[in-house]
Design a protein around this ligand. Sequence first.
Ligand SMILES: Cc1cc2nc3c(=O)[nH]c(=O)nc-3n(C[C@H](O)[C@H](O)[C@H](O)COP(=O)(O)OP(=O)(O)OC[C@H]3O[C@@H](n4cnc5c(N)ncnc54)[C@H](O)[C@@H]3O)c2cc1C
Length: 411
Amino acid sequence: MDFSNTEEDELVRENAREFVQKYIIPRRDKISYASSIPEDLIQRAADAGFIGFTVSEKYGGAGGSIQQMSAIVEELARGDVSMALPVYILLLNGWPAMLEKYGSEEAKQEILPSIVKGRTFLGIGSTESSGGSDVMNEKSNAVKKGKIWSASGEKVYISGVREATSLPGGGGFLTLLRTGEKSLGPKAFTTFALMIKKTDGSRNDMVSTTLFRDIAREGLSMGGFSFNDLELEDKYRVGEIGQGFHIIMEGFNIARIYVAAACNGAALEAISMGREHLKNRILFNQPLGKQEGLQFELAEMYGKLESSRLLTQKAAWILDRVYRSKEKVPLTEQNLAISLAKMTAPPTAHEIVTKIMVWHGALAYTKDLPLGAAQGGVMSYYVGAEGGTNIMKLIIARELLGKEFLSYKSG
Ligand SMILES: Cc1cc2nc3c(=O)[nH]c(=O)nc-3n(C[C@H](O)[C@H](O)[C@H](O)COP(=O)(O)OP(=O)(O)OC[C@H]3O[C@@H](n4cnc5c(N)ncnc54)[C@H](O)[C@@H]3O)c2cc1C
């Protein structure tokens, strides 16, 4: 693995850093606790090329690498530690990549350029109330009637439901639907691009939506959507019939790297705030940072964060070999690297942010500091989003011991 960055890599990170300094830091306290991502930020992020950055130039993207995208997400999360904007951006790189790889040409032409322009949202619709970890137990289904699919079901805890209906070019979700018998196992699922509002701005009234009241990361919504006898044209099928489960898992693998990068970014910023605080806070006639106990904590946290960043970097490097260099990297190697990064980054970031809140005393309990927003933001990835921490451990154990050691049965 090569740790040096190309000139282009440096430029990409620098660009994201400048964006943060110019558009986020001056109004960070508002952005951290905002109930929606400020309108201008989405447009500015699109203009900067961050949305659909990895989408190929054919559809208006920059054809950037996963390592570069991880750097962008890390920098954005250093600015918006609540994670709303970085998560918005990371979703709009992970899932469009799956549409580009597996979608019909018609659907790609319709949706991808609009995403890149910042007009349209495309997220992931997998989780159902039966348990997000138990994907194979999902019930929402689609039945083919001639050239049209009829879909019924409900998805919950989905990021971006409000954005998919409020953006001018609408949006939707790569939605996992059951299209075959249970006995087919993972091959019983197919993925569709289910657009709640089309890119031409027309709302699909057959899909109803609901929003949850989140504890944090409020700038980006989380909600649910349900549909009954919803007609889906076959052009919105993404991949082959029966390939859906694998497409969603592949998409999760890409998204998990960005998620780890986002958590690392929030933790980096917390460490930076912590260092300033240790240098500047005078207590008992000396800077707080003179306390060796706190110095030890700083050193340990810095070490943990660097380990987490290295794991994330390695995972991104492996996937760039897969997607850009078209190397045949064994799936076990990919799964191990990605799950290690996703297993490590959210709890590490949560621990770091929490410890640095403690250093700040009562100030950390106010919204004058964004640390509370960061703590809630990284928690979303600890409890579940893009696969809970325990699920990452199960994947790692499966790859190390073999499938026969799995103690749970799905479906
Ligand atoms: C902020 C946020 C945004 C989200 N956005 C999306 C989205 O855009 N699209 C989407 O499809 N989903 C989304 N989700 C849902 C997410 O994918 C699920 O939370 C996740 O899959 C876990 O499912 P669950 O919440 O139903 O928890 P459960 O599946 O009920 O799991 C509960 C806990 O048990 C643990 N657990 C599960 N199985 C085992 C086991 N065998 N052994 C040990 N521990 C286990 C899990 O790790 C978890 O901690 C989001 C969630 C959050 C919090």
